[in-house]
Design a protein around this ligand. Structure first.
Ligand code: CP
Length: 317
C-alpha cells in the first residue's frame, strides 16, 4: 500500500490533515523538478494516464496531462464531445474501454456528483476526481492549500474568506474542508441565495456583507459566478452582484496590506474582481496554476506507491 494508503483520490473528506501535509510536502519537491531545466523523472514510466472530462476544463486537464508527462507516463485524452459518448455510450462502458487499453490512472471530471466514486468501485485503475458536479474538486483544494502554505508557512490562525457563488461551487466545498482541517478560520461570503445554511456543516462562518468582512481577512479566494449552472434568478443582475460582491480596486484598499488574493479560474474579469486586483502583487492566481502541476505530480507519485521524499530524492534523469 502506498504512503497515502489508497487507490483513488476522490475528495478531501477522506484525507487526514497528515495526508494533506504529505501531499503538500511532496509537491514542494516536484515543484523543484517542474521549474528546473530537465523536468522529467521516471516515476510513472510504463504507466498510462487517461484524462476523461465530461465538462470543459483548461487548467485541471492540462496540468494533469503535463504532470503525467513529466513523470514519464503515456498520456491519452478522451475528447468526450467527439467520442462514442455522443452515440450514447455509458460511463461504465467508456471506462471499461479505457481499462481494456490498460489505463492505470483515470482523471475524471463529470457533471454528476459522486460519478468518480461510482467509477472507483468498478475498475482496477486509480481514479482521480477532477471535479464532480457541485460536490468536490479535491486537487484544486490541495493546490490552494499548497499555495497558501508556500506563502504563509501554515494555515493555523489565518482567516480565509471564500467569496461568491458558494452554492454552485465544488471548490468552496473542498477548500472549506481542507482549510479547516489545517486550522484556518474560514468565512464563506455571498448573497443569501448563493450561500445555503447547510454550509455550516463544514465548520465555517457565513457572511453576507463583504465590506465588513474584508479588513479581517489574511487570504481572499474569489469565485466565479457560474452562469451555466444557475437554474433560477438567484441574484438580480451581474451589475448588482458586482456592486455588492466584486473585489474592486476601491474594496481592495480596505484589505490588510499583505492580503493574498486567490482565484481558482477561470476568472470573469470585471465581474467578481477588477483587472488591477487580479494583476496586483498580492495576487497569486498564476502561481496557483504552476503549483497545480506540482501538486498533481505529487498525487500521481503517492498513488503510485511513492514514499515521503527528502530534498535529495527529487533527482532527474
Ligand atoms: N480551476 C479549474 O478547475 O479550472 P478549469 O475548469 O479550467 O479546469
Amino acid at each position: 500500500m502506498n504512503a497515502l494508503k489508497r487507490k483513488d483520490l476522490l475528495d478531501i473528506n477522506s484525507l487526514s490533515p497528515d495526508d494533506i501535509m504529505l501531499i503538500c510536502d511532496t509537491a514542494k519537491y516536484f515543484k523543484d523538478v517542474f521549474t528546473r531545466d530537465v523536468k522529467s523523472v521516471p516515476v510513472l514510466r510504463g504507466k498510462t494516464v487517461c484524462t476523461l472530462f465530461y465538462e470543459p476544463s483548461t487548467r485541471t486537464r492540462l496540468s494533469f496531462e503535463l504532470a503525467a508527462k513529466m513523470l514519464s507516463a503515456n498520456t491519452i485524452n478522451v475528447p468526450v464531445t467527439t467520442s462514442s459518448v455522443v452515440k450514447g455510450e455509458s460511463l461504465i462502458d467508456t471506462v471499461r474501454t479505457l481499462e481494456a487499453m490498460k489505463a492505470d490512472y483515470i482523471v475524471m471530471r463529470h457533471n454528476a456528483a459522486l460519478a468518480p466514486h461510482f467509477l472507483s468501485k468498478n475498475i482496477r485503475a486509480s481514479v482521480i476526481n477532477g471535479g464532480d458536479g457541485f460536490h468536490a474538486h479535491p486537487t484544486q483544494a490541495l493546490l490552494d492549500t499548497y499555495s497558501i502554505l508556500e506563502k504563509k508557512g501554515t494555515l493555523k490562525g489565518l482567516h480565509i474568506g471564500i467569496v461568491g457563488d458558494i452554492r454552485h461551487s465544488r471548490v468552496a466545498r473542498s477548500d472549506a474542508v481542507a482549510f479547516t482541517k489545517l486550522g484556518a478560520k474560514v468565512t464563506l461570503c455571498g448573497p443569501s441565495t448563493l450561500l445555503p445554511e447547510e454550509f455550516r456543516q463544514y465548520g465555517v462562518d457565513l457572511a453576507n456583507n463583504l465590506d465588513e468582512l474584508l479588513p479581517e481577512l489574511d487570504i481572499i479566494n474569489m469565485l466565479r459566478i457560474q452562469r451555466e449552472r444557475q437554474k433560477g434568478s438567484l441574484f438580480p443582475s451581474i451589475r448588482e452582484y458586482n456592486l455588492l460582491y466584486a473585489l474592486t480596486e476601491e474594496r481592495f484598499r480596505k484589505c490588510k496590506n499583505g492580503i493574498i488574493v486567490m482565484h481558482p479560474g477561470p476568472m470573469n474579469r470585471g465581474v467578481e474582481l477588477d483587472d488591477a486586483v487580479a494583476d496586483s502583487p498580492n495576487s497569486i492566481i498564476n502561481e496557483q496554476v504552476t503549483n497545480g502541476v506540482a501538486v498533481r505530480m505529487a498525487i500521481f507519485y503517492l498513488l503510485a506507491g511513492g514514499t515521503p521524499l527528502s530534498e535529495a530524492d527529487a533527482g532527474g534523469e
